[in-house]
Design a protein around this ligand. Structure first.
Ligand code: FAD
Length: 480
């Protein structure tokens, strides 16, 4: 395949014959964007402002058949292929240089069946869109904590949100999926059809095909839930976190909580004397009746004297958006990494405080996610998602605005995570994976005893590793 250097991007791209592109355009009956086309620049940008890539083509698909056609086209023309769901992948792999982006953004159909308590949503849907549709029936799928995130990427690598301890990971609530596979077919994966593929999709990421629609189990939630959001002075963290640890150890599964080191933004609703202060935020959701929730969350509101307490019965849809404005798309730069911890020991607490004090950007945070509950009730081999026993996940998030601050922010996260790894088995949550620097070692650790089976299924469904721009599981013959 001859290659051209694109003068506008400096990237090397396979040469695409014009008739081939025109034929592809007519086959997918939709938008295929190339550099210079109106809309191309907007479509190539993802949420993370650090990512600035120039694909040769962006196929804005509207049906599973379009997706299958795009997968075929990429292989026929030897193009590297990226898959975009909500475009919120932290490592930015939803877009590539010089290849084809299979963009599912236009695929927005949602069907809710309140009778069977299930919902089907296409691959371009975001959590905010799905929540709105399911909450019309006071039902919900356990999703993530920011409504603009895509259901696709988040579900395929697990999915941790406010309902995780009551109802499990997002992937635990998948009933079936429609998948465009590397060989150009569109398959259904469920307990009954292609059960191996279904097993792999629940935690195995984008390795096995493009998921064009997800069918989820729904649970009765809301319309209001008891939501806790309490701001404590960060100086009190050494007293608060041991009490939080005791609370979490005995909390019922209805309570999902986390504690976040952060800096208070300089605008309302934060009081002027609190703006700009370093705080420890304790957040919690009670996934059942509001009255029981008020009682269950009360101890979290008395861990010390709060600076502010926003806790109240809250519409579920609103709770799901509480953190949205902290994560604007496009311009801000992000680098997030994580590590599971079995215990929140005093030593870990000391290290968390020390790293939080060194945040180079006031926009950055360290979050302590309490796990357990329903996540732990499935055995590690029941789904591809393996790491179910840990009590906590530590997420270290660098969020900043200027390119000249890239190095200090990325290094801060790396130092924090490598330090905290000393107290655990070092496994990373694959939805907060940094830039996947640890490669195959990271993948092997994350999947543990499931890794061999995943490699065998990768070999079966994607022997040429066509779907490689992801948290990549290699086919057997390519693995170390
Ligand atoms: C602001 C923000 C908040 C977040 N909050 C949470 C949270 O609360 N809980 C949590 O668990 N995670 C959270 N995450 C992490 C999130 O789960 C991942 O970033 C996830 O990849 C986002 O999915 P997406 O579809 O938007 O991403 P995309 O960038 O579109 O996709 C990410 C990757 O997933 C794969 N992929 C996407 N769509 C498909 C598809 N249809 N078929 C096959 N493969 C596909 C591709 O490999 C792609 O590179 C958050 C991320 C952000 C940016």
């Amino acid at each position: 395949m001859p290659e051209l250097r694109n003068p506008s991007t400096g990237t090397t791209e396979p040469y695409l014959e014009e008739p081939a592109v025109q034929k592809f355009k007519s086959e997918i009956q939709g938008e295929v964007l190339r550099p210079g086309d109106p809309g191309y620049n907007q479509a190539r940008h993802v949420w993370n402002g650090m990512i600035d890539r120039h694909p040769a083509l962006i196929a804005r698909c509207r049906t599973s058949e379009h997706v299958a056609e795009a997968v075929r086209f990429a292989q026929e023309h030897n193009l590297s292929m990226a898959v975009r769901g909500g475009g919120h992948g932290v490592s930015g792999l939803a877009v590539c240089d010089g290849g084809l982006v299979v963009d599912l953004t236009p695929m927005k159909e949602i069907r809710v069946d309140p009778k069977s308590r299930s919902a089907r949503a296409e691959g371009g849907v975001t959590w905010g869109e799905l929540d709105l549709a399911t909450q019309a029936h006071s039902l919900a799928v356990p999703g993530g904590m920011v409504s603009e995130t895509g259901i696709a990427g988040l579900t395929l690598n697990g999915g941790l949100g406010w309902l995780r301890r009551r109802y499990g990971l997002s992937c635990d609530n998948l009933l079936s999926a429609e998948v465009a596979t590397a060989d150009g077919r569109v398959l259904t994966a469920s307990d009954r059809e292609n059960p191996d593929l279904f097993w792999a999709l629940r935690g195995g990421g984008g390795n096995f095909g493009v998921v064009t629609s997800f069918e989820f189990r729904l649970h009765p939630v809301g319309p209001e839930v008891m939501f806790g959001l309490i701001l404590y002075p960060a100086e009190r963290a050494r007293d608060i976190l041991p009490s939080y640890r005791s609370y979490a150890a005995n909390a019922p599964d209805e309570v999902t909580s986390l504690a976040i080191f952060a800096t208070v933004p300089r605008h309302p609703p934060f009081e002027p004397n609190v703006q700009g202060r370093s705080v420890l935020i304790v957040g919690a959701c009670y996934a059942d009746s509001v009255r029981d929730g008020e009682r269950a969350l009360a101890p979290l509101r008395k861990l010390a004297d709060p600076l502010m307490d926003f806790s109240s019965p809250t519409p579920y849809v609103q709770m799901q958006k509480v953190f949205d404005e902290d994560y604007p798309p496009g311009r801000r730069r992000y680098y997030w990494k994580s590590v599971y911890e079995d215990r929140l020991s005093d030593e870990v607490i000391d290290r968390l405080i020390a790293h939080a004090e060194k945040r180079p950007s006031p926009l950055s945070t360290i979050a302590v996610w309490h796990l357990g509950g329903a996540i732990r009730r499935l055995r590690p081999q029941e789904t591809a998602f393996h790491h179910r026993a840990a009590a906590y996940l530590i997420g270290c998030e660098a969020n900043w605005d200027l390119p000249e601050d890239d190095v200090s922010n990325v290094l801060w996260v790396r130092n924090c995570i490598s330090d905290l790894r000393r107290f655990s088995d070092g496994v990373v949550y694959l939805n907060f994976p940094g830039f996947l620097e640890e490669g195959e070692d990271m993948m092997r650790a994350a999947y543990g005893a499931n890794y061999e089976r995943l490699m065998a299924l990768k070999t079966q469904y994607d022997p040429a590793n066509v779907f490689h721009l992801n948290q990549n599981i290699k086919p057997l013959y390519m693995a170390k």
